[in-house]
Design a protein around this ligand. Structure first.
Ligand code: ATP
Ligand code: MG
Length: 871
């Protein structure tokens, strides 16, 4: 069975069990402070488990793009070395939100694997939670009982809390889990060692394929467990491992999921996959990493220097580095794999197909820049290995790792080739220091929620209101460094929570007589959380929530203008323009979009004109809430990959022929409110991505006023000429002409100095010594004189101690023959420079120095002369 059929069989099976099939959430996580990337199928359903939201469908199944390269789940170091851990993989999952529980979950897993996929029953083992006395938790005897419907008792194994008790984080929903392991070894080996002994022993052919989690507890901040009112099922099966089992392979990489990539890389490198462990690993690393890189870029995360972007950059560099070291790839190659990848996921994850060229371009640029860094790193290593030391310092190895992306093993390898060693302990120490630094920077402690009023459903009324009277549902304390903040959840709120680029609202809440300032509003998953610096004396009773209206209105101007800008860019530049990021606040808007060239002045002007025309047309906002995604697509809404949409979406339209976008933000009722639009900068923000910053309404007015003010001031300065431009042009021209005259005069003066000096040459030990102390018009003319004299006077030793516009400056020039005999201008100038409190250098025949003490010129010259006389 090919992998596409395996995927669809899984989904169809659970559809037949009344599950709703939903799309994968983006691999890049938004609105969750605890997670950068989706690392399990359950992430997008967190709100259901936490009880923040009620699931519309109680049974759901999907295939979820996952990435395990940071935080709690980090498999990066294994990837490529072993044959069954990936960075990016698909997790097939089925869920019950307060519906079925252990028995159905176990029965269906068994039915699917053995009946539908026909995997051999006698190769399975199930593990169950053995219990934990310190937590007063019993063995999961229920799960055991249900497994024993299908498996003999000796195939149901006890597992520890580490492997068989699943927790979402330090707090929150948790419960026992039960894993299915499969033994894929040849029969001859099974006869020798029973598979039972190899479960959870990191054997590449006895692997876990499916984890069934039974969520029945909630862990509180004090560490204790409470029973959940509703029990849930959360399962995750590794798609690539399943393919390995069904296709009878010994490695995930031998399945049709990876083979096209593997074969391409092997061919490009001119090696055979399977012939050498070293090149095999490199080929696997590359075939794996390209998937992680491409999917994260498709979902909106570009490689960058911090956070999620940095994680992606490191993965990309790891792939390039393996190619460079083990396969001899010295030119960009990763981006060429995109073609194959797009083919493979066509019809499954359309976000790749739609953005193929863009993703390839971003990857290629990253490859190019890293290959340059790699070169520089190698050069740095070269200078170290060519020295006398036998040890590469820990700090150097760390710098190579941190700045140049050289992992320790690569540095060690190069060291060994040069008969050197790496101070590994020193390296680890530096690593520890860095880890602690980032840990303490981000350390945050979050208290438990305290419930004020029962209720989970939060209503946002901010699309129409900026005030509402409501009640508080819950609050908690959050500490970061020395800062304590409070988070308050209201039943009804007009406060817009930061998302889709639009900043969160500020304002205040009034509890009785007491006003509490709201400093920010953010989303945590789908919960709207208000941030305050203090708590009111009492949270009970009525609360009046009031948004800072003027700030909100200015922000809305910028948000609607962003939509108008987006549409105008597509008109002027083409359909390839896609949003890659945006920021909207009350002062300005910033819009990042895919486009490969700098915009011309004409293009910028045209975009501005279109947007301002749309503003003057005073188009009415058409807002459609809660419409099915299919309808939105028919309306021509520009769907943005990387956003998490429910089945129902909100569509914002300003003229159906002009701008239709999926958007959760707040907008002006008519475009006329925006008043005026002005682009203030256009530049590059990343490879293949341009960034526009613009202002509207009040800020745009201020911008023009400032520019006009500047012009008035210039006019005044120039005594109100009739034609300002002409006058300035003339000034520039005059200035140029004057500068030319000055240069000529300087040259004449230098020529005179030169002639005088030439006639003053003194013979000393066969050398012609010329010294000069006095004014020089410029450093350039001094250099000119020095070179002229070198050409005209044989056996020259020239020492100049000059005053150039009140700054001391020295020059030493030596004839080539003298240099050949061992004289060195560098040495002379260094000693002379001390007298003027300065430093400098150059080449053996010509050196210069500047300094701070002009009174030392005589002394400097004296030192120089003594050196020459002594030589
Ligand atoms: P393992 O012990 O093999 O690392 P896990 O306990 O981390 O697995 P879970 O968190 O239970 O795995 O994830 C559910 C399933 O996802 C696993 O049973 C496995 O099939 C698959 N899986 C987990 N991590 C990876 C990975 N890095 N690459 C591919 N598949 C994975
Ligand atoms: Mg794992």
């Amino acid at each position: 069975m090919d992998s596409k059929s395996i995927r669809s069989t899984f989904l169809e099976f659970f559809e037949s069990k009344k599950h709703k099939i939903v799309p994968s959430a983006p691999i890049v996580v938004q609105n969750d402070p605890t997670l950068m990337f989706t690392n399990a199928g359950m992430n997008q359903f967190k709100d259901f488990f936490l009880g923040n939201k009620v699931a519309e469908n109680k049974r759901v199944a999907d295939t979820q793009k996952c990435l395990r390269v940071s935080g709690k789940h980090n498999d990066l170091e294994e990837v490529g070395i072993d044959t069954y851990h990936h960075t990016m993989f698909e997790m097939l999952g089925n869920w019950s939100f307060g519906d079925y529980f252990k028995e159905e979950a176990i029965d269906w897993a068994w039915e699917l694997l053995t009946d539908k996929f026909k995997l051999p029953k006698e190769r399975f083992y199930a593990t169950i939670f053995e219990g934990d006395s310190s937590e007063s938790l019993d063995q999961d005897s229920e799960a055991k009982k249900f497994w024993m419907k299908h498996l003999s008792e000796d195939r149901v194994l006890n597992g520890s809390k580490k492997d068989n008790f699943w927790e979402m984080g330090d707090t929150g929903p948790c419960g026992p889990c039960s894993e299915l392991h499969i033994d894929l070894r040849p029969q001859s080996e099974v006869d020798k060692v029973p598979g039972k002994d190899l479960v959870n022993q990191d054997h590449p052919q006895v692997v876990e394929i499916w984890n069934l989690v039974f969520i029945q507890y909630n862990r509180l901040a004090n560490g204790s467990l409470e029973n959940l009112p509703e029990k849930h099922v959360d399962t995750g099966m590794g798609f690539e491992r399943l393919a390995m089992a069904i296709q009878g392979k010994q490695s995930n990489y031998d399945t049709d999921v990876f083979q096209p990539l593997i074969q391409w890389v092997a061919k490009k490198a001119g090696v055979k996959y399977g012939s050498d462990e070293k090149t095999d690993i490199a080929i696997r690393v590359i075939s794996d990493h390209i998937r992680a890189i491409a999917f994260t870029i498709a979902d909106g995360q570009l490689p960058s220097n911090n956070k999620a972007g940095y994680v992606i950059r490191r993965i990309l560099r790891r792939a390039v580095r393996y190619g460079y070291t083990f396969l001899g790839f010295k030119e960009p190659f990763l981006h060429e794999l995109l073609e194959i990848l797009v083919n493979q996921f066509d019809g499954v994850f359309p976000e790749l197909t739609g953005q193929k060229d863009f993703i390839a371009k971003v990857i290629k640029e990253e490859e190019l820049s890293f290959l340059r860094t790699l070169d520089n790193g190698l050069k740095k290593l070269d200078t170290i290995t060519s020295g006398d030391s036998k040890v590469i310092e820990g700090s150097t190895a760390f710098e190579l790792y941190d700045t140049y992306g050289f992992p320790l093993d690569l540095t060690a390898l190069i060291a060994r080739e040069n008969d050197m060693e790496v101070d590994e302990a020193g390296f680890q120490k530096e690593m520890e220091v860095q880890k602690n630094r980032s840990k303490s920077a981000g350390k945050q402690t979050t208290g438990d929620w305290s419930v004020v009023n029962e209720g989970d459903d939060v209503t946002f009324v901010g699309y129409t209101e900026t005030q509402s009277t409501t009640k508080a549902l819950r609050y908690r304390e959050v500490k970061q460094k020395n800062k304590t903040q409070y988070q308050i959840v209201l039943e009804t709120t007009p406060f817009y929570a930061e998302s889709g680029g639009q900043v969160g609202d500020t304002g205040y809440m009034q509890f009785g007589e007491e006003k509490i300032e709201v400093v920010d509003t953010k989303k945590e998953n789908d919960l709207i959380v208000h941030f305050t610096k203090k708590l009111p004396a009492s949270l009970e009773g009525e609360v009046k929530a009031v948004v800072n209206e003027s700030k909100r209105r200015l922000t809305e101007n910028n948000h609607s203008a962003t939509h108008l800008l987006h549409a105008a860019l597509r008109q002027v530049l083409g359909d390839h323009v896609q949003q890659k990021g945006s920021l909207v606040n009350d002062k300005m808007l910033r819009f990042d979009f895919s486009h490969f060239a700098k915009m011309t002045d004409e293009e910028i002007a045209e975009v501005e004109q279109i947007v301002n025309r749309k503003i003057r047309e005073n188009i009415q906002l058409d807002e459609k809430k809660n419409i099915p995604i299919s309808e939105a697509q028919e309306m021509g809404a520009m769907a943005l990959f990387g956003e998490k949409y429910g089945d129902f979406v909100r569509v914002i339209t300003f003229d159906p022929e002009y701008s239709v976008e999926l958007c959760g933000g707040t907008h002006v009722p008519r475009t006329g409110n925006i008043g005026l639009f002005k682009i203030i900068s256009e530049g590059s923000s990343a490879a293949g991505v341009r960034r526009i910053e613009a202002v509207t309404s009040v800020e745009a007015e201020k911008y023009y006023q400032k520019k006009l003010q500047l012009i008035s001031e210039l006019e005044e300065m120039l005594k109100n000429p009739k034609d300002l431009k002409k006058t300035v042009e003339n000034l520039v021209k005059e200035n140029l002409a004057n500068q030319k005259k000055i240069d000529e005069m300087n040259q004449q003066q230098a020529g005179q100095i030169k002639n005088t000096l030439k006639n003053n040459a003194k013979e000393i030990n066969g050398k012609k010594l010329i010294t000069y102390k006095g004014d020089f018009p410029s450093a350039d003319s001094m250099k000119q004189v020095a070179f002229d004299l070198k050409r005209e006077v044989s056996n020259l030793v020239l020492l100049i101690a000059a005053n150039i516009n009140d700054k001391p400056m020295l020059t030493v020039m030596l004839a080539d023959d003298l240099v050949k005999n061992g004289m060195n201008a560098n040495e002379i100038i260094r000693k002379m420079a001390a007298a003027i409190k300065g430093g400098g250098g150059g080449q053996p025949f010509y050196a210069t120095a500047g300094g701070k003490d002009i009174t030392g010129l005589d002394e400097a010259l004296k030192i120089g002369k003594e050196l020459v006389e002594a030589s």
